[in-house]
Design a protein around this ligand. Structure first.
Ligand SMILES: [Zn+2]
Length: 98
């Protein structure tokens, strides 16, 4: 489960912290620059299965990508973004309502 609520005590205060965990190693992605999210695109049908994966860029992403590429086959390509961009893209796809 890559996005989780974790209870942390910071400066004596209990906080519910939204945190991201790497799908490859299971460790928390702490630094924005070390995280990425990715999805698979099937180029012959212009489709995606819609699933996102969250990885440390290094050392986790390359072996995880290679294993998944071997499982999916040559028509699939990995697309990715820096993890720091995710909140803005999510916000852009949420409608503000009354
Ligand atoms: Zn990792």
């Amino acid at each position: 489960m890559p996005i989780q609520i974790v209870m942390e005590r910071i400066d004596g205060v209990d906080l519910s912290c939204t945190e991201v965990f790497c799908d490859a190693c299971g460790q928390r992605i702490v630094q924005a620059a070390e995280g990425m999210y990715a999805w698979w695109y099937e180029c012959t049908t212009d489709t995606t299965d819609g699933a996102l994966v969250y990885w440390h860029k290094q050392p986790c992403s390359r072996p995880a990508e290679a294993a998944e590429q071997a499982r999916r086959g040559p028509g699939w390509h990995l697309l990715w973004q820096e993890l720091r961009t995710l909140p803005d893209y999510l916000r852009a796809n949420l409608e503000e309502g009354g």
